[in-house]
Design a protein around this ligand. Structure first.
Ligand SMILES: NC(=O)c1ccc[n+]([C@@H]2O[C@H](COP(=O)([O-])OP(=O)(O)OC[C@H]3O[C@@H](n4cnc5c(N)ncnc54)[C@H](O)[C@@H]3O)[C@@H](O)[C@H]2O)c1
Length: 252
């Protein structure tokens, strides 16, 4: 059989790009997909045998086209990694419905659509897996990012439900729950956390480093995606795997 094929959404940079590299090393032909078409094209050139297909994961027609174009190009689809996500820092009392939906449309609807339309193609290819990037914020109350945390909690539940529905079809469904990873998402959110929490500039990062030991790296997450998606893990499904340097293991 020809090399396995993976789609990684939101993979022009950050965690998604590291996942794409990890999968490429593992022999996958990777589809770098992102709302930023130009950045996706540039990132795809970093990898052997990768192509870029732009897609806004909020748009069902674009997600359907992403899967269809991948299958048209490569002949099959073996792995979907719904990774695209955004963060907005604001208290609930300053969050209106439009701001709520801005986050949940990407971080929850986008994962649903990616899973929904990848699954039939993976089934048609003889089985495979789906590994979503959720967050430890989906398992704890997380002040100032209610929409983000609620969406991630929903992704964890969707992962478990989909795992049960898709097991008879040979599709494993798992999620990774990272703590704070050193990407643009956190770099851009840190000043907002500091403003709302009355912290000095740079203090938020110091708190995280104390609680986690260090910031996680995109490669830390990519290695876990490689592990969960490995076809040898035939019994691993419905798992929400925490990766946070101990952040959520201690009260103090
Ligand atoms: N950085 C962290 O600390 C952290 C922790 C836990 C979970 N995560 C999750 O990991 C995933 C990747 O985050 P990151 O830190 O690499 O962020 P990032 O901001 O570095 O990269 C996100 C990528 O997603 C793309 N994107 C945004 N909206 C999109 C859309 N509508 N459709 C398609 N692509 C879109 C962006 O263009 C960008 O390339 C997200 O789901 C995030 O919630 C991140």
């Amino acid at each position: 059989m020809s090399s396995p094929v993976a789609i990684v959404t939101g993979s022009a940079k950050g965690i998604g790009l590291s996942i794409a590299h990890e999968l490429s090393v593992r022999g996958y032909r990777v589809v770098i997909s992102d709302i930023d078409a130009a950045a996706a094209e540039i990132s795809a050139k970093e990898l052997d045998d990768a192509i870029a297909i732009p897609c806004d994961v909020r748009d069902e027609d674009q997600v359907k086209a992403l899967v269809a174009d991948t299958v048209a190009h490569h002949g099959h689809l073996d792995l979907m990694v719904p990774n695209a996500g955004i963060g907005v820092v604001a208290p609930i009392l300053e969050t209106d419905l439009a701001a709520w939906r801005q986050v949940t449309s990407v971080n929850l609807d986008g994962v649903f659509l990616s899973l929904r339309w990848a699954a039939p193609a993976i089934i048609a290819s003889g089985g495979g897996s789906i590994v979503s990037i959720a967050s430890v914020s989906g398992t704890t109350g997380t002040p100032l990012i209610a929409s983000y945390a609620a969406a991630k909690a929903a992704v964890i539940n969707l992962t478990k439900t989909a795992a049960m529905e898709l097991r008879p079809h040979g599709v494993r469904v798992n999620a990774v729950l990272p703590g704070f990873i050193g990407t643009d998402l956190v770099t851009e959110a840190a000043p907002e956390f500091e403003r709302y929490l009355g912290m000095e500039a740079g203090a938020f990062g110091q708190v995280i480093e104390t609680k986690q030991g260090r910031f996680g790296s995109p490669d830390d997450v990519a290695r876990v995606v490689g592990f969960l998606s490995d076809p040898a893990q035939t019994w691993m499904t419905g798992t929400a795997l925490t990766l946070d340097g101990g952040l959520t293991s201690s009260l103090i």
